[in-house]
Design a protein around this ligand. Sequence first.
Ligand SMILES: NC(=O)c1ccc[n+]([C@@H]2O[C@H](COP(=O)([O-])OP(=O)(O)OC[C@H]3O[C@@H](n4cnc5c(N)ncnc54)[C@H](OP(=O)(O)O)[C@@H]3O)[C@@H](O)[C@H]2O)c1
Ligand SMILES: [Zn+2]
Length: 346
Amino acid sequence: MRVAAFTGFDGPESVDIETRDDPEARANEAVVEVEACSINRHDLWIVEGDAAMVEHDELPFVSGLDVAGTVRAVSNEVATAGAANGNDGVAPGHRVLLCPNETCGVCRYCREGPENLCERFGLFHGGLAERALVPADRLLALPDSVSATTAAALPTAYMTAYHMLRRAAVTAGDLVFVPGATGGVGVAAIQLVGVLGAHSIGTTTSSEKATRLRELGADRVIESGDTGSIAGEVEGIGEPDAVINHLGGEFTRMGLDLMRRGGRMVICGRTAGGVSEIDVAPFFLSHQHVVGSTMGTQDDLEWLIDLVTEDAFEPPVDGTYALDETDRAFADMQRRDAFGKLVVEP
Ligand SMILES: NC(=O)c1ccc[n+]([C@@H]2O[C@H](COP(=O)([O-])OP(=O)(O)OC[C@H]3O[C@@H](n4cnc5c(N)ncnc54)[C@H](OP(=O)(O)O)[C@@H]3O)[C@@H](O)[C@H]2O)c1
Ligand SMILES: [Zn+2]
């Protein structure tokens, strides 16, 4: 089979097509024929050498978290467990979406939940390939009405955004501020804020993406990348009840300055900087909350599949790429050209 492998850390030009042996399912595994795998900034960072997640001696490395496709084979154990349960379990021919969470299953957080707090939490990598070897118990059934491409947009971006909104306790009528609202997590947050009956403010530096954000249903759109002018515009709209912060850097302090007393900021990323300075006194005097969040739970993802099945929202897919165009997908993400998700269709 063919894979799109990272063969270095020089960005998109380090993505090469290689040939590997077909995977074989053992123990709790299944082999999925990958029909779609969306990419995330997480993958881009790996191939840019920015994250210490992958070492030189692990190259060539096949990334790709968000896998949708059809089960091609399962191990004997998985087949037997399905039969013992009196149902088909995961079987060849089933359409599926992978929840990319990897958990140990035995720590106190795995026992008591939520599972994404697992002490040994990790992520599946290997979806940028014609076939992926995955844990069978992380596969979720995909209704025929939901395409693999749409489904592949959901796991990392939407599961993360939904979990953040849950952690921020966002409810109908809330005002939610999403700096950087045009990428995977940003667009997901804007759409899910709408599903929850809350109101959104999103930002982007691009006028074209601003138009698309309005069309998508963002209630207010600010076209700027400058925290000073963004802050002025948000003040004219109102005090956010919650801030969905995947940018980090100077956007953290800006969000806290704008948020109402008792407001909730949830942070999941550091695109604009891994260090944020905050003014401590106004933070404690106004009883604000800052919460860290990573990915979500498999239940969150099941809920998102249900919502898409019911047409509550549709993730915008800005570009689809053949496997041998994976380098181009990463180049588009790197140039900040994309709106919503980019999906590789091996
Ligand atoms: N902890 C977790 O579990 C988790 C899960 C998913 C994502 N994340 C993190 O969340 C962040 C977003 O991920 P993603 O996959 O959604 O990325 P993405 O699709 O590349 O996000 C693009 C968005 O970020 C904005 N942006 C890009 N570079 C920027 C910069 N230097 N300064 C300010 N804004 C910038 C873009 O703004 P314009 O519209 O102006 O171009 C756009 O709105 C990343 O930091 C990622 O690692 C964390
Ligand atoms: Zn655990």
